[in-house]
Design a protein. Structure first.
Length: 171
């Protein structure tokens, strides 16, 4: 849902960078998980979130000084699903993409690849597919999350349509 940035001021506030508005509307205090720069997951409690121009400012329990809160810099923030706002039926949360199997048409046979990661990229997200069978080549395929390459999805069937699939094997 966002990433902690640099510290702000002398009272232990930290910037949050996010592309959505979910964090500005969550009930506080908010207990969530963060993925630290070293890859470890840690629970934190955010006591306040206020808008400050192009970013949000947060106060995190137990991190009362700029030096203490700087340990959270570049940590990814994961919100509990129950606090996420409702989205339109033609939208999907990034977390819900993980685990979807590639198909050429919804309800069709699996192509043998599953989304294991969504890579954040300034231009657009990139879907990282891994083969369901380690003997399959290629083992990994990266697909831009754009309508040109990705069609519809069905969370209940755990499927996502991919377009021009055969071209991704040549890249």
């Amino acid at each position: 849902m966002g990433t902690f940035g640099s510290t702000h001021g002398i009272k232990g506030n930290i910037k949050i960078h996010t592309s959505g508005d979910a964090l500005s509307s969550v009930p506080l205090p908010l207990v969530c998980e963060v993925k630290l720069a070293d890859g470890k997951l840690q629970k934190v409690t955010i006591h306040s979130i206020v808008s400050n121009g192009s970013f949000l400012l947060a106060k995190v329990a137990g991190y009362e000084t700029p030096e203490a809160v700087s340990l959270l810099r570049n940590a990814t923030i994961y919100l509990p699903k129950d606090v996420l706002p409702e989205i339109a039926s033609d939208e999907i949360y990034v977390i819900d993409l993980i685990g979807l199997e590639a198909v050429t048409i919804l309800g069709g046979e699996s192509l043998g690849y599953t989304i294991v990661e969504v890579i954040d990229n300034p231009a657009h997200a990139i879907l990282r597919f891994l083969a369901n069978d380690n003997s399959k080549e290629p083992l990994e395929i990266l697909v831009p999350f754009l309508h040109l390459y990705v069609g519809d999805w069905d969370k209940s069937k755990k499927q996502i349509e991919v377009k021009s699939w055969e071209l991704w094997f040549e890249v």
